[in-house]
Design a protein around this ligand. Structure first.
Ligand SMILES: [Zn+2]
Length: 283
């Protein structure tokens, strides 16, 4: 079916175009990002029961109450983090560009090229923070909860501890702000990351072709969620497969792992239990 090959580029491209058009028409960037992400989420949630990747991973949205709380929590956490920290960082970047007498960031290039650059630089930070989470005890306590889904679905992308959400988001955008990337580029990157995350975790049977060698698509990311450590210790990219290629963690054998989740961590399906997991989990 052609639709299986079109969903990834069309949903991603349309959400990006919608966000940029809305911002240029005078709407606020956070509102544009939320609307574009929600629209993409609804489309993917409707596709999940129609063309599921695995029929045994299906679960009605109504039964995913805890994951819906995580959607709110992740959205609010990243928004609050941005509201509290970004103003000061923009000021630092401004002072730095005055000091060096010019811009470090190529603000005159078309926004699509700036977005490409932001994806490459942003994913470098996100890649290393994510990889460190899997190989360090302290950060793993914050990240482990994201791996507790035993069936990957659209909503699994938001299943994050707030601490993990801040680390993931911060590692991606702070270097870009300090380099002088403007609010429009950051908005484009934010909506790309949010919608790509929905596609990456969605239980939708799509065809990626060459996209799997460029972007961190679902057929790569499912291996990262494998219960088997050798398989999950791969594909750390957030949006791109680039840094997995560069640092030797790209894993694309086709198909998907037999099971996803964590065999050695039992967590109650309760939002409060998820919030205290970094303290209650054993090494
Ligand atoms: Zn991970």
């Amino acid at each position: 079916m052609v639709i299986r090959a079109l969903v990834f580029p069309v949903v991603l491209g349309a959400s990006l175009a919608l966000t940029l058009l809305a911002i240029r028409a005078g709407y606020s960037a956070p509102a544009a990002i939320v609307v574009a992400t929600l629209m993409s989420g609804v489309i993917l949630l409707l596709l999940e029961p129609v063309i599921p990747y695995r029929s045994d991973w299906r679960r009605p949205v109504i039964k995913s109450g805890v994951d819906l709380l995580h959607v709110l929590s992740t959205g609010l956490t990243t928004h609050l983090f941005g509201a509290l920290c970004f103003g000061a960082m923009f000021l630092v970047a401004q002072n730095f560009s005055t000091w060096i007498g010019g811009d470090l960031w190529p603000t005159r290039l078309p926004v699509v090229i700036q977005l490409g650059l932001a994806l490459i630089i942003g994913d470098f930070g996100a890649y290393w923070v994510h990889r460190t989470c899997h190989n360090g005890t302290l950060l793993w306590r914050l990240h482990a909860m994201h791996h507790t889904s035993e069936r990957l679905q659209v909503l699994s992308s938001a299943r994050n501890h707030p601490g993990n959400a801040i680390f993931a988001y911060g590692s991606q955008v702070i270097p870009l702000i300090l380099l002088g990337a403007n609010a429009e580029v950051l908005a484009a990157l934010s909506v790309f990351t949010a919608v790509h995350g929905l596609l990456q975790h969605g239980n939708v049977d799509l065809r990626y072709g060459v996209f799997s060698y460029v972007f961190a698509t679902a057929d790569l990311h499912r291996w990262h969620h494998s219960v088997n450590f050798e398989e999950s210790n791969t594909n750390f990219g957030s949006n791109l497969a680039l840094w997995d290629h560069v640092f030797g963690t790209f894993h694309h054998p086709g198909g998907a792992p037999e099971r996803v989740g964590l065999d050695d961590l039992a967590v109650r399906e309760n939002f409060g239990a998820h919030l205290v997991l970094p303290v209650t989990m054993r090494d």
